[in-house]
Ligand binder design. Structure first.
Ligand SMILES: Nc1ncnc2c1ncn2[C@@H]1O[C@H](COP(=O)(O)OP(=O)(O)O)[C@@H](O)[C@H]1O
Ligand SMILES: [Mg+2]
Length: 219
């Protein structure tokens, strides 16, 4: 079902903090592909997302991105990749409080040199909030603005940690529809960490992080 090229390939990933979170994990992310990671709280899902998305060097293992090892690149190169090629959506969103929705989007638009995509705002049902201060929005609206802000960069790979945590069922489904559609339209890849089975079901592949391994649930 996947006709795309490989975007990112991880081999033999191991990582520990106080105890070992995972050992010898392999994972590939292809173009046009969405991958969900399920797992109980504390199993290491967020840590795995940080490792794959340039934020944390694993204790051992390699990640190949565009045919080169991610963590053998220097700091500036990693920052460039994070800024221009990866879109990372965190569990708690980091909008600039005191600024309007439009201003928040404009900052991202200037940095990434991409136009604000008003169709995306419409799809996320936030186009009517453009001139409101972000602090006046509901948690769910703020989360959708922060997702839109990341997608506006047109990332090649999107990493999302509990993407739909603040969203009701209907909004969560709508956001997932937009993301999965984006991935197919832009030959991008999507990696989501979630505890929501419904969110996971919308992805092409589902893994569960359990007993320090990735078990295939679907794919
Ligand atoms: N920077 C860190 N320093 C020490 N321990 C950490 C750090 N980040 C995460 N941990 C620990 O690693 C475990 C897995 O965390 P995490 O990856 O956030 O799991 P999940 O996202 O599946 O809930 C937890 O026990 C957490 O306390
Ligand atoms: Mg987590």
């Amino acid at each position: 079902m996947n006709s795309g090229e490989i975007l990112l390939s991880a081999r033999g990933l191991s990582h520990s903090f106080d105890c070992t979170l995972f050992e010898n994990l392999n994972i590939d992310i292809y173009q046009n592909q969405s991958i969900a990671i399920l797992g109980v709280s504390g199993s290491g899902k967020s840590t795995l997302l940080h490792i794959l998305s340039t934020l944390l060097k694993p204790n051992s293992g390699e990640i190949l991105y565009k045919g080169r090892k991610l963590y053998s690149r220097d700091r500036d190169e990693l920052i460039d990749i994070r800024r221009n090629e990866f879109g990372i959506i965190f569990q708690s969103h980091y909008l600039f409080k005191g600024f309007s929705v439009k201003e928040n989007l404009e900052i991202s638009s200037i940095i990434s040199e991409q136009e604000i995509d008003y169709d995306l705002l419409k799809a996320f049902n936030i186009e009517q909030t453009l001139h409101q201060n972000v602090s006046s929005l509901s948690g769910g609206q703020q989360q959708r603005v922060s997702i839109a802000r990341v997608m506006l960069k047109k990332p090649k790979l999107i990493f999302a940690d509990e993407l739909t945590g603040n969203l009701d069922r209907e909004s969560a489904d709508m956001v997932m529809d937009v993301m999965v559609h984006y991935v197919r339209e832009n030959s991008a890849g999507l990696f989501v960490v979630t505890h929501d089975q419904q969110v996971a079901k919308r992805c092409d592949i589902i893994y569960r992080l359990n007993n320090k391994q990735l078990e295939v649930v679907k794919g």
